[in-house]
Design a protein around this ligand. Sequence first.
Ligand SMILES: [Zn+2]
Length: 154
Amino acid sequence: MEEPRFIADVMLGKLAKWLRMLGYDTLYFRETKDDLLVACAVREKRQLLTRKTQLRQRHDIQDYLYFISDNDPLKQLGAVIAHYQLTIMPPAAFTRCLICNQRLKEIGPEQIRSRLPDYVITTQKHFSTCSRCKRIFWRGTHYENMKKALTRIP
Ligand SMILES: [Zn+2]
């Protein structure tokens, strides 16, 4: 099966970030109107992740809808991984901007030296940047924490 792309409804912001962190193309849909959400999923051929019970009851969209029943973002992620048979730590993990869903580009420390504190430049080797929001990412403590959290997924 081709790797699924996702669209997460307004209640699933944290789940969307987790999926992006694992490298999965995931739109986070802030609008609350169901019709817009569904139209976007159809147009972009995305799997619709939702907590809305009224969408769960719509028969026309069940082929590409996955209803999320849990409140906890990590449990939600575990459910999505199981349902779509995703890899927990795929090669693409940590290559996507958590904020914009853009693919990150590797960047050399010399290009960003002026934008980061010295301790980051001296302790980190690999940096990447998002072409849209220009944020710089590196694999610091939050990366280790996220990796640890992922091991708790059943
Ligand atoms: Zn970004």
